[in-house]
Design a protein around this ligand. Structure first.
Ligand SMILES: O=C(O)CCC(=O)C(=O)O
Length: 254
């Protein structure tokens, strides 16, 4: 990537808190990744987070309820399959991250995201507005996640929605609820919520988003499973706080 492209991508990312790079993964590579995901789905290979575990709006009450065992996240993607690991370490992904994070020394986290997100027809739930950083503990709130679409992602099947520029805002405590979701019932939040932007993707497109960017997602109303591979990265000098859930597993240097 030349300097001009790198500066342009980084400028857009600094402004918006997210960036989409189209077609970073070929159809052939996506096909192999989809097959690998499906091998982990039938039967669902642990560790798995089920729809019932997330307790999001619309999720089944318990794993015993209809749809309760619908997989929502296949966890530990990095250690699960060499193909997923190759995505986490992919040259174009890492080159983009280096430009956006303005540092050559990056690590991929095994504690945050590091999963295949699946959204199944019939039993998917709504992810309310939040910043990923809310439960993460690092020296600085500067992390970036990479979201690789393994199929079309649209409003209809529950693509991510983002609030551009929200990664740069400081919020008052009252803007978040007890679980640190951004309150939709609070009048001072309505202006920002009105700027919600869907991030529609095609298979092989990659979304890069800042850990402070407010985002949400709807249910999958289509009749096809939505699959996405998601990893989180930090700069080497942005360390997890010891004894927090951000420091459980070692981060992997790239
Ligand atoms: O696909 C979704 O429902 C969004 C997931 C999400 O925002 C998250 O896990 O932080």
């Amino acid at each position: 990537m030349n300097d001009t492209i790198s500066k342009s991508l980084s400028g857009n990312f600094q402004r918006d808190g997210f960036l989409v790079r189209r077609g970073l993964f070929s159809e052939e590579r996506v096909g192999a990744l989809v097959a690998a995901v499906d091998q982990s789905l039938n039967p669902a290979l642990a560790p798995v987070e089920f729809e019932a575990d997330v307790h999001y709006p619309g999720a089944p009450e318990s794993v015993l309820a209809p749809g309760g065992r619908t997989p929502r996240r296949l966890l530990h993607a990095y250690g699960r399959n060499a193909l997923f690991r190759e995505v986490a370490e992919d040259a174009a992904v890492v080159e983009t991250l280096r430009a956006l994070m303005q540092t050559p020394q990056l690590l991929v986290s095994q504690n945050h995201h590091n999963c295949v997100m699946t959204k199944h027809p019939g039993y998917s739930s709504v992810t309310s507005w939040h910043q990923d950083i809310r439960y993460w503990r690092f020296d600085r709130r500067e992390l970036v996640s990479v979201w690789v679409a393994l199929g079309p992602e649209t409003v209809d099947n529950g693509c991510l929605l983002v609030i551009p520029g929200s990664h740069q805002l400081e919020f008052e405590p009252g803007q978040f609820d007890a679980a640190l979701f951004f309150r939709e019932d609070y009048e001072p939040n309505t202006g920002l919520l009105a700027s919600a932007t869907p991030v529609e993707l095609q298979a092989g497109d990659v979304l890069f988003f800042h850990a402070r960017t407010l985002h949400a997602a709807g249910r999958n109303e289509s009749d096809v499973i939505k699959r996405s591979l998601v990893f989180t990265y930090r700069a080497a000098d942005n360390r997890p706080i010891p004894e927090t859930r951000s420091a459980v597993f070692e981060d992997i240097p790239l």
